[in-house]
Design a protein around this ligand. Structure first.
Ligand SMILES: [Zn+2]
Length: 358
């Protein structure tokens, strides 16, 4: 398909989910290579994706229903949820605090090996419950994260009925662990969808993460689980976030041994290499015998992405949509990253149009 090809509807049966509270999270800055820069993960991303759904005739008719605390606790630790809910109020109680909770200290492996534990003060708790400076917590962050989770849960409910659905999740989720935020992520939307599908009766669930960053949070959450296959196609972590994990030799542990598949790609990989890796992931998903699929859909593998790690074209995203649809599983498609605000709407159109076979 070329760029001038007409864009038809994606699968007419596909429902989509979004929530206006996702706009309430507006992080102010991003620290990269020692420079303070404007944050990439901006509310305009959600506006661009929603506009694409309107163009496709697939816009949601009403906000997704609120996520319950019990649903969040299927993945996340209660003490971590309490931290997210109360962090801004605690921070505002500090003298001279800025408008966002940003950690400037983290426990080291040496401290943890010697009994390190969560402190009482919010400065230390911020360091305990976050992995990096890319997940500031400001006014509206907690509400936005819950709204994103609600969209993922709604898409999972559709998939549990045998229908594929798209969740416009912002902030994204795949870098969030059970008890730690990181990399623009607070609640792991994809993992919540997996747990919802398991509780709705799916025996085995697979995840396929095609964001350009390794889905380290999702890997961590299901690391020792034999009922969930986690597959991630991403740029080489030796040169790209999340830096420390995402390597091919990480295969899971215990009951989950062999149920984690990382497919790292050299920086600069284009359509052919990226789509071949996705096909390898699809083969693993077929072999696993999953009943349902959760796709972590990032657009930051685009050749026009500001982070510029991979070189995937618009056609590449359309072909990925078609290839993943061909697995034939009921699927919850969960939005992850992608920071070229002027392009991500087009990429969503192309992916969903590819999915619809047009
Ligand atoms: Zn990403």
């Amino acid at each position: 398909m070329d760029r001038a090809a007409p864009r038809g509807l994606a699968s007419p049966a596909m429902r989509t989910f979004a929530h206006p509270d996702q706009m309430r999270h507006a992080p102010r800055f991003f620290l990269m290579r020692g420079e303070v820069r404007p944050h990439y993960e901006v509310p305009e991303r959600a506006e661009a994706l929603l506009a694409a759904l309107h163009r496709l005739g697939l816009a949601p008719s009403e906000p997704a229903s609120a996520a319950s605390r019990a649903a969040l606790e299927t993945v996340h630790a209660p003490d971590y949820l309490d931290f997210l809910a109360g962090a801004v109020a605690d921070w505002n109680g500090l003298g001279g605090a800025g408008p966002e909770v940003v950690a400037n200290v983290h426990p080291t492996p040496e401290m943890l090996a010697q009994g390190g534990r969560p402190p009482q003060g919010v400065v230390g708790r911020a360091g305990w419950y976050t992995a990096d400076t890319a997940c500031p917590i400001g006014p509206g962050t907690w509400e936005a994260a819950q709204a994103a989770a609600s969209c993922a849960l709604a898409a999972a409910a559709e998939a549990a009925q045998g229908r594929s659905a798209y969740a416009l999740c912002r902030p994204p989720g795949h870098h969030a662990y059970a008890a730690r935020a990181g990399g623009h992520c607070y609640l792991n939307n994809a993992a919540l969808a997996v747990e919802a599908l398991r509780r709705a009766g799916a025996t085995r669930v697979a995840t396929l993460d095609i964001d350009s960053h390794h889905g380290n949070g999702t890997q961590g959450i299901f690391w020792a689980r034999g009922d969930v296959l986690t597959v991630s196609v991403h740029a080489d972590p030796n040169r790209y976030y999340p830096w420390f994990v995402g390597h091919a030799e990480e295969r899971g542990a215990g009951a989950g041994e062999g149920c984690n598949l990382n497919l790292p790609l050299p920086i600069g990989t284009g359509d052919d290499g990226w789509l071949a890796a996705i096909e390898s992931g699809i083969a693993a998903i077929r072999g696993f015998g999953a009943d349902a699929l959760v796709v972590s859909l990032g657009f930051d593998a685009s050749e026009h992405e500001p982070l510029a790690a991979l070189r995937v074209t618009e056609d590449g995203f359309a072909r990925a949509g078609a290839a993943i649809r061909a697995i034939g599983l009921p699927t919850a498609i969960v939005q992850e990253g992608g920071y070229n605000v002027g392009l991500i709407g087009t990429l969503l159109e192309r992916f969903l149009t590819g999915w619809g076979g047009i």
